[in-house]
Design a binder for this molecule. Structure first.
Ligand code: SF4
Ligand code: SF4
Ligand code: FES
Length: 286
């Protein structure tokens, strides 16, 4: 028998979004309240069903009575709140954030970034050609995962997924400061010599593609990664009896990536190495 948890009932709070009255369940973030009301705020470091990182500051909104702009991804809705999501101040702040990020980090594999740059009129090139950039070669030291530090925002979502909010392996940490900082493993060792268990959970939460599975990296490098043409199929992992939900991303009849729904009541978006990478036998017809 399948048991579906309905959770604890939550009271509804009354607040206003851009002058419109809305109701949101207690504990809802302003970002989720906005989304429920059909307002799609830009949010880069936010990952559904994960603790907010509040690192990119792209989702900022104005809250009446608050001196500073507020990160909508982490601020919970309160009764009587008066929230403005699209003012001159929020647009100005988002434009500056986009310009600083896009001038210093490779955002070429970040979903939605080109649309936000256009929407907010950001000009990352205005800092000139000698603007400081994170220029780092991809680290390919194993057959499953690739790390591209030049694409990293330092949001820390991967560190938390590898640590106390998911895998409890604690292989990743952020070291250094400013442009010298990086996400890495102990003693900057190859991933194969670290505590990493190759679950790939860090890849799933990375908002920019700084961490990717090798199959995606190789196809992107060859110029043949074609996400719109990929079929997406949900199934259940057959490697053990836990029953983790899998989402298979299939291109040209080959599984090119495996993810897991973050709202899955079984795995909560986390997988092990077998569920994530142990699918080659499906392709083997011999
Ligand atoms: S693959 Fe898993 S264990 Fe390895 S660094 Fe990523 S989250 Fe940590
Ligand atoms: S590798 Fe990805 S998830 Fe980790 S800090 Fe960088 S951008 Fe964030
Ligand atoms: S999405 Fe809110 S701070 Fe990044």
């Amino acid at each position: 028998m399948t048991v579906t948890s309905l959770g604890v009932p939550r009271r509804l709070l009354d607040l206003t979004l851009d002058g419109e009255p809305v109701r949101a369940p207690e504990g809802t973030t302003l970002l989720d309240a906005c989304r429920a009301a059909g307002k799609d705020l830009p949010a880069l470091c936010h990952v559904d069903a994960r603790t907010p990182a509040s690192a990119c500051r792209l989702c900022v909104v104005e809250v009446a009575g608050s001196r500073a702009l507020v990160a909508a991804c982490s601020r919970e809705a309160e009764p009587g709140m008066d929230v403005r999501t699209d003012t001159e101040r929020t647009r100005h702040s988002r434009r500056i954030v986009l310009e600083l990020l896009a001038s210093s980090v490779d955002l070429s594999t970040t979903p939605g970034i080109a649309e936000w740059i256009e929407e907010y009129g950001a000009r990352p090139d205005r800092f000139g050609t000698d603007a400081a950039r994170l220029e780092r070669e991809p680290i390919i030291d194993n057959g499953l995962l690739v790390r591209e530090d030049g694409k990293c925002l330092r949001c820390g979502q991967c560190v938390r997924a590898c640590g106390g909010q998911g895998q409890h392996t604690f292989a990743l940490s952020v070291s250094g400061r400013g442009f010298g900082s990086r996400v890495g493993v102990e003693y900057d060792a190859p991933l194969t010599d670290s505590a990493c268990v190759f679950c790939g959970d860090c890849v799933d939460v990375c908002p920019t593609g700084a961490l990717s599975v090798r199959s995606e990296f190789d196809l992107r490098t060859a110029g043949t990664w074609d996400e719109p043409a990929q079929a997406v199929t949900t199934t259940v992992c057959g490697h053990c009896g836990v029953g983790c939900e899998l989402t298979l991303h299939v291109q040209d009849n080959e599984i090119v990536k495996v993810t897991s729904p973050p709202d899955s009541p079984v795995a909560h978006g986390n997988l092990c190495i077998k569920g994530r990478f142990g699918h080659q036998y499906i392709q083997n017809r011999d």
